[in-house]
Write a protein that binds this ligand. Structure first.
Ligand code: ATP
Ligand code: MG
Length: 390
């Protein structure tokens, strides 16, 4: 029995002339995600990608399907039987292949698709013949073309004919790295991992930067953030992770700047340090998990002051979302339970009692200039630890 996985591209299919450029990136991402699953051939034709294991008996289809469900750029995934492009072979094999899917089912329909126009029967004729065959083998079944419990697909394509049951939905979006690269400011909270998921879905390759303040923040707080990156990796692929020591800077801020501006000043310094790494790596965008009005540091005025600390594009995919909507996604991508573990973030350690909700850029910049942060920034950049999470 020859089985393979058929993948339908999502949004890429709408691209014009450079569609094959996007498809190449998707194939590369698929190859990478299946790299340790044994030898398979991966090829593409007519907006479909075919993944065929060299040795199907030793290929874990369920694991492969699960990995594929996390790859952006895919709209549908089907595990399918390969048969010859002849009605005899299709009719000969369809019943055996679909019998497990038909257990407990009382209505079905057959949907046929003939993209190989050389094939002598038209799609409705293929569907009628296959439907008849199934009815004669399983007389308890009824055909229901409007609302069937199971749809069986027969596709006659370039390389062969394929039979499969219901496809499972893919992750949608655009292939990671097809839109360039972004640097995520990741905390241990609920929001920033969701922001990562959303921007990876729009095709960004991610690096992530995290600021720690030992001894105020613990080793376990850092491990939590690394775990979050590991949980994101099935969606994002490899993440370059920067861990920046931030204690000295925070202590200097506490000592030399007005308490009510602490949060906005700290966020600006985070942006400045992140920007240094982006400039080095040619990354044009920063990503944060901020959502308008969620907390004092996320008012319009505060965001204006933060943006002003960098020349890069600042992407805030959660800006218009409620916490409940964000949590829904965090649960879906399985970061929520890790995010709510109660370890301190460097932001929460020095939270001012009365943060300024409408900081003015003039006063923020003046406060920042009252102390020379540059040597501390340089030291933090030099002492940053970089690793890869996959
Ligand atoms: P999150 O749930 O992502 O922590 P939040 O609602 O708790 O967000 P803040 O703590 O104000 O909000 O942080 C706002 C944003 O600043 C975060 O979404 C993240 O992008 C960034 N950020 C906060 N703390 C850190 C940190 N320690 N390292 C890197 N980025 C951080
Ligand atoms: Mg936070």
């Amino acid at each position: 029995m020859r089985e393979l996985i058929l993948i339908k591209n999502g949004e890429i299919a709408l691209k014009g002339l450079n569609r094959s450029h996007f498809e190449d990136i998707l194939v590369k991402n698929i190859r990478w995600r299946l790299r340790d699953m044994g030898k398979c051939s991966i090829k593409r034709a007519q907006s479909t990608i075919y993944i065929e294991p060299a040795d199907p008996a030793f290929f874990d289809f369920d694991e492969a399907m699960d990995r594929l469900c996390h790859i952006f750029g895919i709209s549908m995934i089907s595990r399918a039987l390969v048969v010859e492009k002849s009605m005899e072979d299709i009719l000969d094999k369809v019943c055996d292949y679909c019998q497990d899917d038909l257990v407990g089912v009382s209505t079905f329909k057959v949907e046929a698709k003939r993209s190989d126009k050389q094939f002598p029967l038209k799609s409705p004729e293929i569907a009628a013949e296959v439907g008849g065959k199934i009815l004669s083998r399983f007389p308890r079944l009824k055909v229901d073309v409007r609302n069937p419990e199971l749809t069986i697909f027969v596709e006659v394509r370039d390389f062969g004919a394929y039979i499969h049951g219901k496809p499972i939905p893919g992750a949608g979006g655009m292939p990671v790295s097809s839109s360039g690269e972004g640097m995520l400011l990741i905390s241990g909270g609920i929001d920033s991992p969701v922001a990562a998921y959303m921007m990876a879905k729009r095709g960004l390759q991610l690096s992530a930067i995290h600021f720690i303040s030992p001894p105020y923040t613990s080793e376990r707080a850092l491990e939590k953030v690394e775990t979050l990156c590991e949980k994101l990796a099935p969606y994002t692929g490899r993440i370059r992770f920067y861990c920046v020591p931030f204690t000295e800077i925070q202590e200097a801020l506490r000592e030399h700047c007005p308490e009510e501006l602490f949060t906005v000043l700290m966020r600006r310094l985070m942006m400045k340090i992140a920007t240094r790494f982006c400039e080095k790596e040619g990354i044009p965008a920063l990503i944060t998990g901020e959502s308008l009005a969620q907390v004092a540091s996320q008012t319009l005025n505060a965001l204006l002051c933060t943006d002003n600390a960098t020349d890069l594009v600042v992407l805030r995919p959660l800006i218009g979302m409620d916490k409940t909507e964000i949590i829904q996604i965090a649960r879906k991508i399985d970061t929520y339970e890790t995010s709510i573990l109660p370890y301190e973030d460097c932001c929460t350690v020095f939270t001012p009692k009365h943060p300024r909700t409408k900081p003015s850029l003039y006063f923020v910049e003046r406060a920042e200039k009252s102390f020379d942060f540059e040597p501390l920034i340089e030291r933090a950049v030099a002492d940053t630890v970089i690793k890869h999470i996959r």
